[in-house]
Design a binder for this molecule. Structure first.
Ligand code: ADP
Ligand code: ZN
Length: 808
């Protein structure tokens, strides 16, 4: 039977695919097409070709945009799974999986209609001519004729139909080129320089030439100007006139990431438990069947070494590998380690590549030229050919979950699904695995591999400083003890790191006398303080009460609301240690090019004595001269209104502890807290993850939080406060009609109630963990259908986002 129809996915929020007629036998799934959609044209992706005639009239495909599929069957299947599981459109999932350069995109252009009628002046005719000749885009036209006669005529021409608007597919690949300099063919710089007289060699432009010959060419004109005053326009033109150099236009290069040296001989031999772990991974690889491992080991226990050996074996099998890391900029050492062994077989997919480089990296993998991809979240879609292994380093990291826009996918879970589809092996690595993965080990979905010891060094000591005991013994934000230890370290010419938490947006209440933070009686999470109504709110269950005026624990009236913008820790620390050189690292100081690396290098080279910053200092850093690490306000993390607050706290402390004392000098971590008895703090102190996990899982089970349930969060957003509330109410009604009262929670205002002109409410539902992609899709379809029958008037003004397995 001839296949006459194609299902096309579009990158819009509409979840359906649309069926079109095909005129061409060569059409295959994975090709992009240009098709009519409502009154316009749009790019879509063919996801299925078939012979089932739909009941409705089908329109034909206008144009096929690819000669070969740009997405293979597995990636279509994987995006199809994301479409169901994360309840987004298939097109949105496909869009996320393609490099920007291949993304769906089009632009509106103008065309002049032939044989138009009507009065027209010479001037106006000229405008039409310009439009016709340049096939100008609508955007440019609106800029070009923004005012005066031009604008009037432009409007008139559109109204009369003299010009029409066309939509054209557009390749977004950035092929922008800039001027580079290189030595002209046949020129031998050395012999030229030798022939010059002493005097000639002293001229600025000859010196510029001499310097130029020592550089890595061709080099962008702009870079030269920034590099040295010698490179003036005059001198460069002068050298060019001499016929020694020439300019060429080449594509702009993005930021280079420092990859280090290629020294494949430096592969370490695995030791003890590493070897046992690797043996199991190798057997799984050899079986060519899906298997997943949880590689559990503290920082420095040798996990990366195991990844490297596993990758090496994968390559030897003739298969490719994928390494996911939380963020390339934060893990330069990891990239270096892989580069050292695998060199140019690696494509590094970091976020600072420009569009063209992303596209090229993608192509180099697709063509099989490169066989390993390393990158953050979106690299899970890298088109590695014949995939054998996926490593997810720091598998617990929240950056693996995409929050906005859709698809709201979790890269770790997508990685597991992809490996499943391709018969590959996954290794999830962490010192503090997420509870989801811990539970999966218990259920025998992952095989646990444990690296118990670090080959070098010992675990740093963690000392808990109970704030209740130091109330009258504080130096600014520091307890006397931390203050004194810091002073001693500085006297010994050692370095200190201070970490303070600044989860800016959630406000909470805390008793200044006993440190108590009110908790919800329903979900045991911290209550959020909402100033406008002066209430305390549990945004899971919707429970709320008037803000307390007395502490429920000690009766004190000394209650403070805390939250955003209350930190002046940096200035206070500087006052305490006026001689010390301070360096600050947070989102503000690291946003620029290389920001993070620069601060890292400065601190490593001893240009500062104290590094102070937010959670970001806890990530991926290794400073041998740091002997004191102080966590200034551990409780802010615990106050975060999330059932994961404890898990986060443990992860943070464990990461911080991993930073200190990695070299010969033993380090000490001081944690200032009002809640020394909290399990996250108690067990982090003894590096006892297992006991912590047991405790945490027990807590989750009692309240049926993930991993004992699958939680779907619905967020409602609109500029209209009353509409948001009405829609959220009705939506919850619909949910309750479909699934009953029990698993539905909410609605309630979001933790951030109002943002970017939008009021935000949310609700959530806890489903049985067994709900798979098909079941989730079916349930949500039913809920939305029910909601459609009862939704309030004007509901269209409210956006409803669905976030499956949300991570707040
Ligand atoms: P992790 O990834 O768990 O933090 P790493 O793999 O980075 O641990 O190991 C920590 C340090 O120990 C690194 O400097 C690494 O080179 C070294 N190391 C780990 N395993 C070995 C080994 N088998 N032989 C020699 N050095 C090792
Ligand atoms: Zn109190």
């Amino acid at each position: 039977m001839k296949k006459q129809f194609a299902d096309i996915a579009f990158p819009t929020a509409v979840r359906q695919v649309f069926t079109y007629q095909t005129r061409d036998d060569s059409i295959k799934p994975g090709m992009r097409v240009w098709v009519p959609l409502r009154n316009e044209f749009a790019i879509g992706m063919v996801v299925r070709v078939h012979d089932q005639k739909p009941e409705f009239e089908t329109r034909p495909i206008e144009r096929i945009l690819d000669s070969e599929p740009i997405m293979n069957e597995t990636m279509l299947k994987l995006t199809g799974w994301i479409h169901k599981f994360y309840y987004c459109s298939w097109g949105e999932a496909i869009q996320a999986a393609l490099p920007v350069g291949l993304n769906f995109s089009s632009e509106k252009r103008l065309r002049v209609k032939k044989g138009f009628k009507g009065e027209i002046t010479e001037e106006e005719l000229a405008i039409l001519k310009e439009i016709e000749e340049k096939s100008i885009t609508l955007k440019d036209a609106e800029k070009r004729w923004r005012d005066g006669k031009g604008k009037t005529f432009f409007k008139k021409a559109l109204q009369h139909g003299w010009i029409s608007i066309w939509e054209e597919p557009r390749q977004k690949v950035d092929f922008r080129k800039v001027k580079h300099w290189q030595i002209k063919d046949g020129i031998e710089p050395n012999s030229i320089l030798e022939e010059l007289s002493e005097k000639e060699r002293e001229t600025k432009w000859v010196q510029a030439f001499e310097k130029l010959t020592t550089l890595d060419l061709p080099i962008p004109n702009i870079d030269l100007k920034e590099m040295d005053e010698l490179f003036t326009n005059y001198s460069l033109n002068r050298i060019e006139k001499e016929g020694w150099i020439e300019s060429v236009d080449l594509p702009v290069k993005g930021e280079e990431i420092y990859k280090g040296e290629f020294e494949p001989d430096k592969l370490n031999r695995l030791m003890g438990e590493q070897e046992d772990a690797f043996d199991q991974i190798r057997d799984a690889l050899d079986s060519k069947e899906f298997k997943s491992f949880l590689l559990f080991g503290v920082t420095g226990s040798g996990k990366t070494e195991v990844y490297i050996h596993a990758l090496k074996h994968t390559l030897e099998q003739g298969r490719g590998g994928l390494v996911l890391v939380p963020e390339i900029a934060l893990t330069p050492q990891t990239v270096k380690r892989f580069y050292q062994i695998f060199g140019d077989q690696i494509a590094v997919l970091h976020s600072r590549l420009n569009e063209r480089e992303k596209y090229e990296a993608w192509q180099s993998l697709k063509s099989g030229e490169k066989r390993i991809a390393i990158g953050p979240r979106s690299a899970v879609f890298a088109p590695v050919e014949n995939l054998g292994l996926i490593v997810v380093d720091e598998e617990h990291d929240n950056s693996y979950k995409q929050h906005d826009p859709a698809p709201r996918y979790h890269a770790r879970d997508v990685a597991i699904m992809r490996a499943h589809m391709e018969g590959a092996v996954t290794i999830l690595g962490s010192a503090t695995p997420g509870m989801v993965s811990v539970q999966a080990v218990k259920e025998e979905k992952h095989t646990l591999l444990h690296l118990p010891m670090r080959p070098t060094g010992t675990m740093p000591e963690v000392i808990i400083l109970n704030m209740k005991e130091y109330k009258s013994a504080m130096r600014g934000p520091l307890t006397v003890e931390l203050y004194e230890e810091t002073q001693k370290a500085l006297d010994r010419k050692e370095q200190v790191i201070f970490l303070y938490n600044r989860r800016g947006f959630a406000s909470f209440m805390q008793c200044e006398d006993c440190g108590h933070i009110p908790e919800s009686p329903e979900s045991s999470t911290s209550l959020t303080y909402h100033k406008r109504k002066n209430i305390l709110l549990d945004h899971y269950s919707g429970y709320s009460r008037r803000a307390d005026s007395r502490c429920e624990m000690c009766g004190s009236t000394n209650l403070k609301t805390k939250g955003s913008g209350t930190q002046q820790v940096e200035e206070q620390v500087q006052e305490l240690f006026p001689q010390a050189r301070l360096l600050r690292m947070d989102m503000d100081t690291t946003s620029g090019r290389d920001g993070h690396q620069k601060i890292y290098d400065q601190f490593l080279s001893g240009e500062a004595d104290i590094l102070i910053g937010t959670q970001i200092v806890a990530k991926g850093l290794d400073f041998p001269n740091v002997t004191v690490v102080g966590v200034i306000n551990a409780d802010t993390e615990l106050a975060f209104p999330s059932f994961r607050a404890g898990e986060r706290m443990y992860q943070l402390l464990s990461q911080v502890a991993g930073r200190a004392g990695r070299a010969e000098k033993p380090g000490v971590v001081y944690v200032q807290t009002w809640k020394p008895e909290h399990p996250a703090i108690r067990y982090a102190r003894t590096h006892d993850f297992r006991t912590f996990a047991r405790h945490e899982l027990h807590q989750r089970e009692m309240l049926m939080f993930p991993p004992y349930s699958r939680m779907i969060v619905f967020q409602f957003k609109s500029p209209s406060w009353s509409k948001v509330q009405q829609v959220a109410d009705k939506f919850c009604d619909a949910m309750r009609m479909v699934v009953g009262e029990n698993p539905v929670m909410g609605p309630s205002p979001s933790v951030i109630e109002w943002m970017n002109g939008q009021h935000r409410w949310e609700a959530n539902i806890k489903l049985d963990r067994k709900y798979n992609a098909a079941a989730i899709e079916k349930l949500l379809d039913t809920i939305f259908k029910k909601y459609d029958t009862i939704k309030p008037k004007g509901a269209g003004a409210v956006r409803i986002n669905v976030d499956v397995d949300a991570v707040e």
